[in-house]
Design a protein around this ligand. Structure first.
Ligand SMILES: *[C@@H]1O[C@H](CO)[C@@H](O)[C@H](O)[C@H]1NC(C)=O
Ligand SMILES: *[C@@H]1O[C@H](CO)[C@@H](O)[C@H](O)[C@H]1NC(C)=O
Ligand SMILES: *[C@@H]1O[C@H](CO)[C@@H](O)[C@H](O)[C@H]1NC(C)=O
Length: 367
């Protein structure tokens, strides 16, 4: 089989060579376009009759007579095609095309166009237009309508999926800031892609185009907060009005805050500390960021305080005046376990206990 293929290929080359002068003018044409492979390679109906209904089912040709070398030849040819496409900005996308080969399309060989990519919700960022893309198989025309008006700024181009040989039409449409600002419709600015063939047309999901923005004023800024060590702490943050929804992060003393088992950022953007420690004390700012920009809140001081705690009592010892024992006993304790810190409460109660017979010294000074 493979051998038969190469023989055919050789034959073809010979025919081309023999006809060389004649063809020289159109050589690039032949190389670039799969449109007209010279016999004996089979003509693919969709290219032979681009306007015909048959044209819209590329699988007919493959089902009817796929000689073994056919694919080889085409793939080689598509390599040329790819190289030529290199300078095209969407070149990278070609690799990510959903595969059209196999059962998927065999089972859906109706002639209606089929979307391979529908336009997505997009944003105009400052003066950079939003680019909507749409891609369809089995289509003769792909175009955009924005707010029900056909977009004149929409461009269309075609290429062939190297895997399946399916001709794909892609359209691109830029929406500018001016267009958004000049639009006063009741609904949001919406573009829809249409793919048309002689059998009918299909419309994509609508894609809303918005101006990206990020206001200055946080809906909720974190405020100074004081918590006892060992207790949970929350610093609240709610971003400024924005589109698209901003990501929230936090800074501690101006440096990005790492989340860990003890510190995390809630879905709403609040900073949650499950057990505050002295190391958590500091100035925190909330950061809201989206494609339109970045805002940093005023820093808020998180104070982690420690309430004082008594040490255990000392042993009883004799009461003394001027170094001499005077009868009676006393014992002491200190507010050091722990020391009160950062405004934590002092210990309540007496630091000294005396027996009843421990009398004050003459100086009036207590023992
Ligand atoms: C070369 O291509 C042009 C169009 O691309 C066509 O009109 C012309 O007939 C072709 N010439 C030959 C010799 O195939
Ligand atoms: C859309 O804008 C980009 C630059 O933002 C440009 O490269 C591209 O050619 C434009 N496409 C159309 C269809 O105008
Ligand atoms: C927080 O910031 C204030 C003002 O910048 C500063 O005076 C204070 O020392 C900072 N607190 C801590 C714990 O770093």
């Amino acid at each position: 089989m493979a051998r038969g293929g190469s023989v055919l290929l050789v034959l073809w080359v010979v025919v081309v060579a023999a006809d060389g002068k004649h063809d020289a003018v159109n050589t690039t044409e032949v190389e670039r376009s799969t449109a007209a492979p010279t016999p004996p390679l089979p003509l693919r109906p969709e290219y032979a009759h681009p306007a015909g209904v048959e044209a819209l089912d590329p699988y007919n040709s493959e089902k009817n007579n796929p000689p073994p070398h056919h694919r080889d030849y085409l793939e080689e040819d598509y390599d040329h095609e790819s190289n030529k496409e290199d300078d095209h900005e969407n070149r990278d996308d070609v690799d990510e095309l959903p595969s059209l080969s196999g059962d998927h399309l065999q089972s859906s060989t109706d002639d209606l166009p089929m979307f391979l990519q529908e336009p997505q919700h997009a944003f105009v960022v400052r003066n950079k237009p939003a680019t909507l893309r749409c891609r369809a198989a089995n289509a003769l025309q792909v175009y955009f309508k924005c707010n029900d008006v056909r977009s004149v700024a929409s461009t269309q181009f075609e290429f062939v999926d190297p895997q399946s040989g399916v001709r794909i039409v892609e359209a691109e449409c830029n929406v500018t800031r001016d267009q958004l600002e000049e639009y006063f419709g009741e609904d949001r600015f919406t573009c829809t892609c249409f793919a048309w063939s002689s059998r009918g047309d299909i419309r994509s999901q609508p894609a809303v185009v918005e101006l990206a923005y990020l206001k200055k004023q946080f809906a909720i800024s974190p405020t100074a907060t004081s918590v006892e060590a060992g207790v949970a702490a929350t610093l609240r943050c709610s971003p400024p009005p924005a589109a698209p929804t901003p990501r929230i992060s936090w800074l501690k003393h101006g440096a990005p805050l790492q989340q860990d088992h003890n510190v995390l950022i809630s879905a709403e953007g609040n900073l949650l500390i499950s057990r505050a420690t002295l190391q958590d004390m500091g100035n925190y700012s909330c950061v809201a960021e989206n494609i339109a920009g970045k805002r940093v809140s005023e820093p808020a001081l998180l104070t982690v305080y420690v309430n004082g705690g008594w040490s255990s009592w000392s042993p009883w010892s004799p009461c003394r005046c001027a170094g001499r024992a005077t009868g009676g006993q006393r014992r002491t304790r200190t507010c050091t376990e722990p020391y009160p810190l950062n405004g934590g409460a002092h210990c309540q109660g007496q630091a000294v206990q005396r027996t009843a017979d421990c009398v004050p010294c003459q100086s009036g000074k207590l023992n």
